[in-house]
Each structure stands twice: as structure tokens, then as C-alpha cells.
Design a protein around this ligand. Structure first.
Ligand SMILES: [Zn+2]
Length: 368
């Protein structure tokens, strides 16, 4: 059956953003559409760990006008794009009319992201986020005469409040009495100047994303009948479904000496270095894809037998020995499993796209 290629870059970005929000990326990162045109139709997608010249050539040959790379080609402000080095890659993308999207730390933070793709590759079960993040939320509490509650609720819903997971229009309400005495300058909606007024009111409570606060306050003032609506907004934190790394377990215990060669082969890496006792029997594993050694102390509290991450330096390895955290350096390049992993993930979001995983190795090292 022929697939329908109907998605444009703009729609692909929206689809990705719905599941793996770009806003979950670290502040220093650079994700989203880095080079391209949001109005272009997608002819095909090529997933890759890094966007090199060979990968651009592969995309052109495979008629994929969209590359999704894990590592951003452009990180910070660039002042010139000459046709050499990274500039040559940018030239090749533009000349071949190829769009480049980066899904980096937003994909790392996702519970089916790169660490989970490594965990899947080695058959880990009971996968959970290793170090869950925290999400800041805001809550509005507003007091309104009963007859105006519905109008206020719909104005607030339109401003984006009351969204909890897959549910919208979430409110809590409680009946009560409000009282006030308008002064000489007041122009009250109900009641008389200098006379105490007692009104049947509802207290409405609802949650919203903190970045929507201005729109929410505007909606309160626009839809509330009172000259001076009474409301409070407060911020709080909840456990996020996004975070750092993945923990899980193998189906049975393994001895590192026997199992590590198998791990190396499964991840398609050319070196693997163990920090700790090679005779150790392990079952529970924590993974932080890329370079995660700076999280060592936090990982240590999670009662795992083995920590897997990459890019470990000599003195960091000594630190791990001192803290007694058995760790295997699986190279940064172990992230290459994301090429197939991301293809499968995107296919689970839509069947409207033709997606291929790059077959080019972008490992900068040659192991001797
Ligand atoms: Zn990486």
C-alpha cells in the first residue's frame, strides 16, 4: 500500500511537540527546526544521532527531505557560514532543500527517550524514570456570584486553565458567602455605597501552566462582574512524567564478566570500560544516555546494581570508585540506538510518514 505523504514540517513539529515538548529541553540546548521551511511537505524522514555530510548525502539519495538528529548541528550564535566544516553541512542541507530538526534534551527527558531506547535494546523490564523531574504549576482561586460562575468558567477555559493530562475544563467549586462595603468612590455591580453587602458566591479553583498567568488574569477581569474581583494565584511543584535517565531490571541476575561483552555487542559500541568489580552479580540497572556521570551522587541513592553512562573521565572514574557506584562507560556513541528507536517512536505517533534510520556511523572514534 502506498503511504500518503501529507504532513508538512509545521505539522510534524506540532506532533513532536504534543508528545515530547521542545520546552522540556535544557535552557542551553537548541532544539526544533534548525534549518528549513515549516511550509514544506515531507517526502521522507531520516533519523540520525549526528548530522554529518555523509548523512545529508544519504538523506538526498533516499529522497528524505527531513533529517531528525539527536545532537543539534547549531548550538549557539554563529557569525558566518562558510563552505567548510560544520558550515559545509549547512550548505549541503540548504542546497539539497533538506530540513533539519533537532530532538535533543527534550528526547532525553522523555520516558520513552534515548535512555529507554538503550534499556529496550538490552531487554530491561519495569522501566521508570531514574531521576524524576518536577513541574511547576499554578493554581487560581477566585470568588464569583453564583449566576456568573459559568461565564467565568468558560472564559477561564478559553484562557487555558483546567487542563489536567487528557482532561479539560477541570474546576472545583464550593458555595459560601462573600461580603463587602463599597466606599464613596466605588461603582459596585451589586449593593449600595457605605452599606455592608452579603452575597451568595462560589469559590472556584483550577490549575494552569504558569506561563499562561497573564491570559488567566485578563480572563478573570474580563468575565467577572465585580469592579474588584477577589482572587489568588499560587505556584507549586508536582512530580513530572519527564526526568533524567531510566531504571529497570534484567530478567535475571548476570555476572558482569560474562554479560558485558554481550552488552557491548547489543549497543554497537567499540569500547566498554567497567569501573568496579567485574565479578559482581547485577540485576537492577540505571541508565543516563550520553554523558551522565555528574548525576552519580543522585543515582547512588537509587539502589541499583549497575550504572550505565558515557564520556567518563579518569578522575570521575576514581570518584565513582570512591562512592561505590559500579559503573560501565558505554561510550556517548551508545546513543546511536536512537536512530531505530526514534523511527519506531514516531511511527507509533502516526502512520502518515515514511521514516528510515540512517545507516551511516557518526562515531568520531576508531578503536584500535
Ligand atoms: Zn548525546
Amino acid at each position: 500500500m502506498r503511504r500518503r505523504f501529507i504532513l508538512r514540517i509545521r505539522e510534524l513539529l506540532q506532533l513532536i511537540n504534543h508528545h515530547i515538548p521542545f520546552a522540556k529541553a535544557e535552557d542551553w540546548d537548541n532544539v526544533g527546526l534548525l534549518i528549513g521551511d515549516k511550509d514544506k511537505d515531507i517526502t521522507g524522514i531520516l533519523t540520525t544521532l549526528d548530522c554529518t555530510l555523509e548523512v545529508v548525502k544519504e538523506a538526498a539519495e533516499k529522497n528524505c527531505n527531513t533529517i531528525i538528529a539527536h545532537h543539534p548541528l547549531i548550538f549557539s550564535g554563529i557569525k558566518r557560514i562558510e563552505n567548510t566544516g560544520y558550515g559545509a553541512v549547512m550548505h549541503a542541507l540548504i542546497k539539497n532543500d533538506i530540513n533539519l530538526i533537532a530532538m535533543h534534551t527534550n528526547l532525553d527527558a522523555y520516558n520513552h527517550g534515548v535512555s529507554a531506547m538503550i534499556a529496550d535494546k538490552i531487554g530491561m523490564t519495569n522501566q521508570q524514570i531514574l531521576l524524576p523531574g518536577q513541574q511547576e504549576m499554578a493554581k487560581l482561586q477566585v470568588f464569583v456570584p453564583e449566576a456568573h460562575a459559568d461565564a467565568l468558567k468558560s472564559a477561564l477555559s478559553e484562557a487555558g486553565v483546567g487542563q489536567i493530562g487528557d482532561y479539560s475544563d477541570c474546576f472545583f467549586q464550593l458555595e459560601g458567602k462573600g461580603q463587602f462595603k463599597p466606599n464613596e468612590q466605588a461603582n459596585p455591580f451589586t449593593g449600595k455605597r457605605n452599606k455592608l453587602e452579603i452575597v451568595d458566591e462560589l469559590k472556584l479553583e483550577c490549575v494552569f501552566q504558569p506561563e499562561r498567568q497573564a491570559a488567566v488574569e485578563e480572563a478573570v477581569h474580563a468575565a467577572h462582574p465585580y469592579e474588584e474581583p477577589a482572587y489568588d494565584i499560587y505556584r507549586y511543584k508536582v512530580k513530572d512524567t519527564f526526568g533524567t535517565g531510566i531504571k529497570g531490571e534484567l530478567e535475571g541476575s548476570v555476572v558482569l564478566k560474562d554479560w558485558l561483552p554481550e552488552l557491548k555487542a547489543k549497543l554497537g559500541i567499540s569500547t566498554l570500560k567497567l569501573i568496579g568489580d567485574i565479578e559482581k552479580e547485577v540485576r537492577t540497572i540505571g541508565i543516563i544516555s550520553g554523558a551522565g556521570v555528574s548525576y552519580g551522587q543522585d543515582v547512588k541513592h537509587h539502589d541499583i546494581d549497575l550504572f550505565l553512562t558515557g564520556d567518563i573521565k579518569y578522575h570521575e572514574a576514581h570518584d565513582l570508585l570512591m562512592m561505590g557506584l559500579t559503573t560501565a562507560d558505554i561510550e556517548h556513541y551508545s546513543e546511536n540506538v536512537m536512530k531505530e528507536g526514534l523511527k519506531e517512536l514516531l511511527e507509533s505517533f502516526t502512520d502518515e510518514l515514511s521514516i528510515q534510520a540512517s545507516t551511516v556511523s557518526t562515531d568520531p572514534f576508531t578503536a584500535i
